[in-house]
Ligand binder design. Sequence first.
Ligand code: URA
Length: 209
Amino acid sequence: MTVRPVSHPVITHKINMLRDAGTRPKDFRQIVTEVTSLLTYEATRDLELETTTIDGWQGRKMEVEMFLEEDPSIVPVFRAGIGMQEGFLSIIPSAKISYIGYYRDEDTLEPQLYYAKLAENVHLRRNYVLDPMLATGGTTSAVCSMLKKAGVKSIKVLCILAAPEGLARMKADHPDVEIIPAVVDDHLNEKGYIMPGLGDAGDRLFGTK
Ligand code: URA
């Protein structure tokens, strides 16, 4: 598994604004959008261009390089992943959207699927899982397993913060999946929060408690 944290002062600055308890949901959402745009730029570096012909502005045909493959699919994981959707779409507006929702079973603590609506021909597309907090990695791993069951071959995970525990789980379960975190934090606390972290990303995005 490749882990490619995006080292950039703009990202460091924005992540530290997210860590600030005084950052209100409106600004928090905006910053998550901006960081996701930067992650998307990094995550799509390997998209392949193909040669095609266009009608140039001078009235002549021009050979140019463009994306011709199927549009990618983004997979925002309910609930907090929705906060990353706009940032990805600001870079690749033609992406299709596959929604997946899991809840955690109170007894087994295992993620249970409750919603999935995948893009058409999802197996032919590159898939970008949007999950802001890679904490234990349980849900992210389940999402990747579910996509693979649907025949998906290409998966990358974009997250705002990752914990070493979540990265280790993903390495064990899905060594073929690339993880692109903005920042790798220190550890998980006993309640499963990423430390130093930014709190509950869903609550901070949507103003809930
Ligand atoms: N999910 C969150 O929103 N925050 C954490 O710190 C861990 C998981």
